[in-house]
Design a protein around this ligand. Structure first.
Ligand SMILES: Nc1ncnc2c1ncn2[C@@H]1O[C@H](COP(=O)(O)OP(=O)(O)OP(=O)(O)O)[C@@H](O)[C@H]1O
Length: 255
C-alpha cells in the first residue's frame, strides 16, 4: 500500500499548552481511519494541522510525497485534502446546489478574464459543474433540495451537504470531523453506508473523528486514540476495543 499522508513527530503548542504532542500517523491510499479520544484530546487540532489552519510547532507532515510546510489552507485543498467541520460551515444563505458549485469552482482552470473572453468555454464548464453538482447531491439524497437555502435544511441534511461540498473539491483525502453529530440512529446508519460508498467510488482515503463508537468501530480499518495530545494506542478496531489504556482513557472502563 502506498502512503498518502504521513505525520512525523508533530507537536503544536498554544502558549504553554501542548495540544498535540509527538504525533505520528500514516494514512495509506484508500484507507478509512478513525481518530478518537476524549474532549480536548487534540483531534480537531490534528485536522487543523493537516489542512494548514495551523503550522506545526515541530515535526513534519507529508502529503502525496511532499511536505505541507508553509502551505495555506486553500493550497492544501488544491493539493487534495478536503474537510468538514465539527460546527457545520456552509454558505448558509445560498442554495444547496450553489454550495456544491462553489466548491467545484476552486478547481476551474480559467480565471475571470478568460471567462469573459471565452464565454463559450465558460458556459460549457458551468454546465458541466451544474451536472456534476446535481450528481453529487443525488449521492447524498439531496437532489430534491437543490434549490433550497442551505440554512433551511434539517441538521442531518446540512451535514451531508458539507460532505458533498468537500467532495466537490476532488480530494484524495477527506477529513470528517464528527459527521454523525446530531444525527439520529437511522441517519447515522445511512451516513455509514454513504461514507463506505464514496470511499470506494471516489477512491478516497478518509480520516474520521467521531464520538459514535459504533460508527467508528463499524467502518474504520484502523483507529488512532489520542489523549492529552498524545497517541496512546493505534490498531485494528478489535485491538482498540480491548486495549486497557483506551478503556481507561476513553471508554471510562465500560468496554
Ligand atoms: N487556537 C487555540 N488556542 C489555544 N488553545 C487551543 C486552540 N485550539 C485548541 N486549543 C486547545 O488544545 C486542546 C485540544 O483541543 P482540540 O479542539 O484539538 O480537541 P478535540 O480532541 O478536538 O476536542 P473535542 O472533542 O472537544 O472537539 C484543548 O485543550 C483546547 O482547549
Amino acid at each position: 500500500m502506498s502512503i498518502l499522508l504521513e505525520a512525523k513527530e508533530v507537536s503544536k503548542m498554544f502558549g504553554g499548552l501542548k495540544a498535540v504532542s509527538n504525533f505520528d500517523m500514516t494514512i495509506n491510499k484508500g484507507e478509512l481511519i478513525g481518530l478518537i479520544g476524549p474532549n480536548g484530546a487534540g483531534k480537531t487540532t490534528a485536522f487543523n494541522l493537516f489542512t494548514g489552519v495551523y503550522q506545526p510547532t515541530t515535526g513534519v507532515i507529508n502529503f502525496a510525497g511532499k511536505s505541507l510546510k508553509g502551505m495555506k489552507p486553500s493550497q492544501i485543498t488544491q493539493r487534495g485534502i478536503a474537510r468538514t467541520f465539527q460546527n457545520i460551515r456552509l454558505f448558509s444563505e445560498l442554495s444547496v446546489l450553489d454550495n456544491v458549485k462553489i466548491a467545484y469552482h476552486t478547481h476551474l482552470k480559467y480565471n475571470l478574464a478568460e471567462a469573459v473572453l471565452r464565454v463559450g468555454r465558460y458556459m460549457k464548464e458551468e454546465k458541466r459543474i451544474e451536472e456534476a453538482g446535481r450528481e453529487l447531491l443525488k449521492i447524498f439524497k439531496l437532489e430534491d433540495k437543490a434549490d433550497e437555502i442551505a440554512k433551511n435544511l434539517p441538521y442531518g441534511a446540512q451535514r451531508r451537504l458539507e460532505i458533498a461540498r468537500a467532495l466537490a473539491t476532488r480530494p484524495q483525502l477527506l477529513l470528517l470531523d464528527e459527521p454523525a453529530a446530531g444525527m439520529n440512529p437511522q441517519e447515522t446508519n445511512e451516513l455509514m453506508d454513504m461514507i463506505r460508498w464514496i470511499r470506494k467510488e471516489f477512491a478516497l482515503s478518509i480520516l474520521l473523528i467521531e464520538h459514535d463508537m459504533s460508527l467508528v468501530m463499524g467502518i474504520c480499518e484502523r483507529i488512532y486514540v489520542l489523549e492529552y495530545g498524545s497517541i496512546i494506542a493505534h490498531g485494528l478496531p478489535e485491538e482498540i476495543k480491548k486495549n486497557p489504556e483506551v478503556i481507561r482513557a476513553y471508554l471510562g472502563g465500560e468496554a
